[in-house]
Design a protein around this ligand. Sequence first.
Ligand SMILES: COc1ccc(/C=N/Nc2[nH]nc(C)c2C(=O)Nc2cccc(NC(C)=O)c2)cc1
Length: 264
Amino acid sequence: SEDRRWSLADFDVGRALGKGKFGRVYLAREKKSGYVVALKILFKHELIENKVEKQLRREIEIQSHLRHPNILRLYGYFYDAKRVYLILEYAPGGEFYKQLRKLSRFSEEQASKYVCQMAEALNYLHGKHVIHRDIKPENLLIGMKGERQTLCGTLDYLPPEMVEGKEHTDAVDLWSLGVLCYEFLVGVPPFEDRTSYKATYRRIAKVDLQIPTYLSKEAGDLIRKLLQYEPENRIPLDQVLDHPWIRKYNLERQNEAGRKEENK
Ligand SMILES: COc1ccc(/C=N/Nc2[nH]nc(C)c2C(=O)Nc2cccc(NC(C)=O)c2)cc1
């Protein structure tokens, strides 16, 4: 459990899994239990230089209390003179967007399953008044059963209110969900404009959205209902989970209790 005092001596540290924005992630095994985890090692001087230590403390506080099959667990943390160590759940599949790049785009069935899992994770987060605010493929990992977990930075996924520096609510996550849904099906984000940052900004602010004709009517309908300029016009998560395009491929969705049972 996360309240005992951990230290590096408790772990056999294995291969580097990859580099995050701050520090590196290693495969590690807790010596007594043999439990395999991902150990994220952050350098204090980098956190201080980037003025993110307060944000990290807040994220640790939030993530250590979250329990959801589609949200990566933070089991605990510890630190020494130079580093902060996060003991995170290990998702064997690795980064989701590597999968997306390889496949270039997903089938409607696969995309619907991923969007459903994201909507369930967001529903759980919003129920706890937590806004993710940074949903993008780079922050998604593939779990044991191929499901995705959101690991808690480009313009592509930001809604108009955030690119325009206005007030924002948890509706920002609805917009990002719509952007991701489009990207899963098309292979590129809807407002991408490789010429410039400003061009992307303009396309987002105008909601310059073209839905390819090869997408099903239902898929296009859900994307349009999420990519609404006005935050209050975006359909809420419970309606996303009830949308025909989601229900069609996620018949086995039980209520939350049922799902918790399944994951005990
Ligand atoms: C290079 O091939 C890989 C294949 C699978 C992985 C699995 N990573 N799984 C994780 N579980 N919990 C955490 C945290 C992570 C994680 O951060 N992984 C990670 C971090 C940075 C880069 C990558 N690279 C890739 C390819 O997934 C993975 C990592 C690397």
